[in-house]
Design a protein around this ligand. Structure first.
Ligand code: G3P
Length: 287
C-alpha cells in the first residue's frame, strides 16, 4: 500500500507494461510512469522482435510506442505517463512540437518529454501555449532548470516537470542529488508552476534522499522501488544522511528566476551525449 503520509509522487521508470502490472499487484499503487526511447528499446516484445531480426518501420515503431503507452495509461488512469519525442542534434523545435501534439493525443494523461536544449525549450514555449503538458528531460544543471522555469512561465501547476538525471552525474563523480537539492531550493523562490522529477535514479539511497528533500516526484526503476517496498516503504527520518561518498557536491548558484531563458547557459555535455544515445537506441529499432 502507498504510505499514507507520502507527499512525493512515485513514478515507475520503464517501458514494459508487465512491470507496471507487477508493481500494482505487489504494492497496490503507481503514481505515474516515465518512458524514453532507450526504455522502449528494452521492452520485452521489442527485444524479441529484434532477436528475430525483424526491425520496425518508422510508422510501426510509433504504433508500437503508442500501444505501450496506451496500456500504461489504462493501468494508471489517475497518474501521468511521460512520452518522449524523437530528437537528435538536428531536430528543430517545430518538429518536436509536431510529434508532441500527435503523442499528446494518444492518451488523456500524457506529459510530453522534450530535451532541455535550445530547440527543446522553444518547443516547450509552444507546448505551454497549446496546453500540452511537458516533462523537460536530460537536465543536468541549475541553469537548465532555471531556463525551464522561464520557458514555461504561466503554465498551470502539474503541467510542467523538470527531470534532473542524478545517476548520470554520479557516474562522472558529481553528486547528482546535490543538483536536486539546489533546484528545489531555487524553485522555492518561484511560483511553483514547475515540479522537480528526480530521474536517473539508480539506488535505494537516491530514492530515500529524494524523499527527504521533498522532490515533487521521483521516477525510479522497478528494482529500486521493490527494494524500498520490500522494506515496508520506510520514510527518511531527520537523522537520515545520504551516503554521497567521494562524489563532488555541486555548489548552489544564486540565480534570478526572472531572467529570460535565452540568457542562461544551458549547454551541458551530458545533455548532448544523452540526446545522442536516445536517438541511437530509437534508430537501432528501425530498418
Ligand atoms: O528517468 C530517466 C532514466 O530513464 C535515465 O536513467 O539510468 O539511463 O541514467 P539512466
Amino acid at each position: 500500500m502507498r504510505p499514507g503520509n507520502l507527499k512525493t509522487r512515485i513514478f515507475l521508470d520503464g517501458g514494459d507494461p508487465g512491470e507496471t502490472r507487477e508493481m500494482l499487484d505487489l504494492f497496490g499503487f503507481v503514481d505515474g510512469q516515465t518512458t524514453n526511447p532507450s526504455l522502449i528499446s528494452k521492452n520485452p516484445e521489442a527485444r524479441a522482435r529484434m532477436e528475430r531480426g525483424e526491425k520496425f518501420s518508422e510508422s510501426e515503431l510509433l504504433e508500437f510506442y503508442e500501444g505501450v503507452v496506451r496500456e500504461l495509461a489504462e493501468m494508471i488512469p489517475q497518474g501521468s505517463v511521460s512520452i518522449e519525442v524523437y530528437a537528435d542534434e538536428n531536430t528543430t523545435a517545430e518538429h518536436m512540437i509536431e510529434q508532441g501534439r500527435e503523442m499528446f493525443r494518444w492518451i488523456p494523461n500524457a506529459h510530453i518529454k522534450l530535451p532541455t536544449t535550445a530547440e527543446g525549450l522553444k518547443a516547450a514555449e509552444m507546448a505551454i501555449k497549446d496546453g500540452i503538458r511537458i516533462n523537460m528531460t536530460l537536465c543536468f544543471s541549475q541553469e537548465q532548470a532555471a531556463a525551464v522555469y522561464d520557458a514555461t512561465a504561466g503554465a498551470r501547476k502539474g503541467d510542467v516537470f523538470v527531470s534532473p538525471f542524478v545517476g548520470r552525474l554520479d557516474d562522472r563523480g558529481e553528486d547528482g542529488m546535490s543538483l536536486i537539492d539546489n533546484i528545489l531550493k531555487m524553485y522555492r523562490d518561484g511560483d511553483g508552476h514547475a515540479e522537480v522529477l528526480t530521474a536517473s535514479v539508480r539506488s535505494y539511497d537516491h530514492l530515500i534522499y529524494a524523499l527527504k528533500l521533498e522532490s515533487d516526484i521521483i521516477t525510479a526503476p522497478f528494482n529500486a522501488i521493490k527494494e524500498w517496498g520490500n522494506k515496508g516503504f520506510p520514510l527518511p527520518g531527520h537523522d537520515y544522511s545520504y551516503p554521497s561518498g567521494n562524489l563532488k557536491l555541486l555548489p548552489y548558484e544564486h540565480i534570478d528566476l526572472k531572467k529570460r531563458w535565452t540568457e542562461f547557459n544551458i549547454a551541458h555535455v551530458l545533455t548532448d551525449t544523452g540526446l545522442a544515445k536516445f536517438a541511437a537506441d530509437w534508430n537501432n529499432l528501425i530498418q
